[in-house]
Design a protein around this ligand. Sequence first.
Ligand SMILES: [Zn+2]
Length: 371
Amino acid sequence: MAVALVPSKVRSFFRPGLKKRRRSSNSSTECEPKKLKDASTHTTHDDTKVGPDLQPNSKFFRDLPIEIRRMIYDLVWIGSYDHKYHAVRGRHLHFQNGHWHNTRCVMYEDDEDLDLIQKNMDRIHGSGRGDLLMWQRRLSSTWGSRHWRCEERMQYGGKSNIDRTNFMSMMLVCKRMFPEVVESILESHQFIFNDFFSAHRFFVYDPSPYIPHIRHLDLSLNLPFHAYAPLITGGPKSRTRDLFDALRGVSCLHSVRISLDIYDRGPWRKIPEKVIAAQLKDLKVLKTFTLELPPLLPIKVHPSNMESLDGQEDTSFKVIRRPPLRYWQFNPGEVDRFTWETHTKGRESHCFIIMDREGMSIPNPYLLDFF
Ligand SMILES: [Zn+2]
């Protein structure tokens, strides 16, 4: 993460001066040695010897307690666009081309309606005016119905003034301030991950020592089914399980939304909900904890080999289901509206998609749905 890399940049700016100004006495009453030691573990060996200047002559550090300093940092993060968007301080984090990027979440309160995209498609389907293919692309976006606008802005618009922050300028003020600034950033923003690679890198592969300070997290993961499979079979290696284990190490989460799905987000998709619920049940969240899952369809799977797909046990989190699809692009260039029907024959029932346009029925192609 960029945060972990910053101390080396700070060193290049401040090290000569630090050597000259180094004081023998630790006269500061606000040195917080543990945090400073944690921060210095990510610098070079030489840095550990020098240590940060405790800035005893600074009125900011000498006269203001840490609580006041935190309130001041919090004021610095107020953005001029915060009032426009639903997530007050929502920042998308993604790792691309060897660098971390953070961008503003630009979704509105109306976007919290999980059926909003299909409602727009209903209007276009009814009036014949509009671009159904464009909305179909949004419907199938791996950034999900909650962040499709943020994805499009990154794909077609690039960064703008909305994305600007004071993060880097504040982190470069001095080593004494650095840990407080990073902690304040992590505590006062909602961090949003929309791809597994970035989330895994952030929490598992190259975690920052400041990660325990994260308070608000939004995780949207769209994975192939085989990424969930080790959770069912109890396989020894699972990057998905590693990520969930790392989240349990974030000790003071206030609000968490974990959104899980299959990467194609197709009509028949299904994930192993029972084992995922078991993975997340120990995750401690102080205020709101929501797990967002694919639609609950009348599909039952063959009990002998996939029984762990279904089932909800008592959980410490709230489960939200996405609405079932009623639009999909079964053929290239054509978006079809359809309904769900169940056919019963003897003791067996099967779930079908009935296409509006041709009256054709499509059976579930992936799973046996005996029930
Ligand atoms: Zn967003």
